[in-house]
Design a protein around this ligand. Structure first.
Ligand SMILES: Nc1ncnc2c1ncn2[C@@H]1O[C@H](COP(=O)(O)OP(=O)(O)OP(=O)(O)O)[C@@H](O)[C@H]1O
Ligand SMILES: [Mg+2]
Length: 378
């Protein structure tokens, strides 16, 4: 039986909001997406009211889940700060009015303060880091997963969040095809695989389900995967970002409490131009770039081991030098990396003594060293 938006709205009309009117009358609902039994939307309220709404969010989620045919429901509470809403508000420019756009949630300059001060940390998680690329298909997900596993191999407690809601690939790369279980207070329990904790929107929706995500929903879904998950105690949470540097990525970079970002590029000029955009984006939101990784750096023949620089290897290293950011390493284009990835057996765990795992561990060691102070302080 297919669920309709109407059925969801009918249910929501029966949930009372703290404003004393039905939820559908309270002017707080985002667009409601219903896709093959999966329901997603957000409740957008003023930050000061957020606490009062938490119960309503939980009730709403339970009500939606009870609709026959609904297989999963993801309902996020998102809080907008209104001008003059108390000390938590960002400084406002004179003459600015109305609800601040997302970009105003963090002031452009925060002298003396941490650039992360407006983003709540994730309890128990020492460092959230993003793996990003200016362009799709450069091996961002493969690198994010193998980097997470390599950090774990170095003895760190690691989580991986696949935030690529447009094309989640972590279920395929890890072979995970189960849904996360829920705790009594309805938090999702990440899937434990290869010693790391993993969460992906792909565990909740089919990988090939075309999802249309509208602006605010992107952030709600990611916020929920970040905050309504029992991550436990982690040294590093690696976030596989959606590819590109558009609004969705910028919003994400702004709203996730990132301690740093890693840019993945191939050596080609086009990829490098996009990588530069990625760097500029993180700079704009004051997230330090931990470095650039050159993926598919050179071709290594699986038979004779001979190496050839089919893409003009070294471009990313030069670019990193030019831009003054660390260069983290070169990962070859090798069939073993592709076959292990595509069969759900990432090379760092399936061939831990091989040359590729060693390269990923060397990259991971550089990342760990940069996060040392943060991890040790946690
Ligand atoms: N170093 C490598 N050697 C060989 N194959 C690789 C390498 N890195 C990635 N691949 C392969 O390239 C393809 C794309 O990789 P991946 O899915 O990680 O890219 P992505 O940047 O996350 O893509 P998307 O933009 O679609 O999310 C996959 O088939 C993967 O196995
Ligand atoms: Mg990907």
């Amino acid at each position: 039986m297919s669920v309709t938006q109407r059925q969801v709205l009918d249910k929501l009309g029966k949930v009372m909001s703290p404003r004393g009117v039905a939820l559908t009358e309270a002017g707080v609902l985002s667009e409601i997406a219903v896709n093959d039994g999966k329901v997603f939307f957000s409740i957008n309220v003023d930050a000061q009211e957020a606490r009062a709404w938490e119960d309503v969010r939980a009730q709403t989620e339970a009500a939606v889940r009870a609709i026959p045919g609904v297989t999963s429901a993801m309902i996020a509470l998102t809080a907008e700060r209104k001008p003059g809403s108390g000390p938590a508000s960002p400084p406002r420019r004179p003459g600015a009015g109305g609800v601040p756009p997302v970009s105003a949630h963090r002031p452009p300059h925060s002298p003396g303060g941490s650039p992360m001060s407006r983003q709540a940390e994730i309890p128990g998680v020492a460092a959230v880091i993003a793996v990003a690329s200016g362009k799709g298909g450069v091996g961002k997900s493969t690198t994010a997963l193998n980097l997470a596993l390599a950090l774990h191999a170095l003895g760190l407690r690691v989580g991986l969040l696949d935030a690529d809601i447009y094309g989640p690939s972590v279920p395929r790369l890890t072979g995970i095809n189960e849904k996360p279980e829920l705790t009594d207070d309805r938090k999702m329990i990440p899937i434990d695989r290869f010693g790391i904790s993993i969460m992906s929107i792909g565990f909740l929706v089919e990988e090939d389900t075309a999802m249309i995500w509208r602006g605010p929903m992107v952030m709600s879904a990611i916020t929920q995967m970040l905050r309504d998950v029992t991550w436990g105690t982690l040294d590093v949470l690696v976030v596989d970002m959606p590819p590109g540097t558009g609004d969705a990525q910028l919003t994400l970079a702004q709203n996730v409490p990132l301690k740093g970002a890693i840019i993945i590029s191939t050596p080609q000029d086009l990829s490098l131009i996009d990588a530069r955009r990625g760097l500029a984006m993180f700079k704009k939101v004051n997230v330090p770039v931990l470095g650039i990784v050159e993926n598919m750096s050179y071709f290594q023949c699986p038979h004779c081991g001979e190496r050839s620089d089919i893409f003009g290897h070294g471009g990313a290293r030069h670019e990193a030098e030019r831009l003054g950011v660390p260069f983290l390493g070169e990962i070859p284009l090798h069939i073993a990396i592709r076959t292990t990835s595509d069969s759900g057996n990432p090379v760092v765990v399936s061939e831990p003594n091989g040359p590729h795992a060693a390269i990923y561990r060397a990259v991971a060691a550089k990342v760990r060293d940069q996060l040392q102070g943060i991890i040790a302080a946690a």
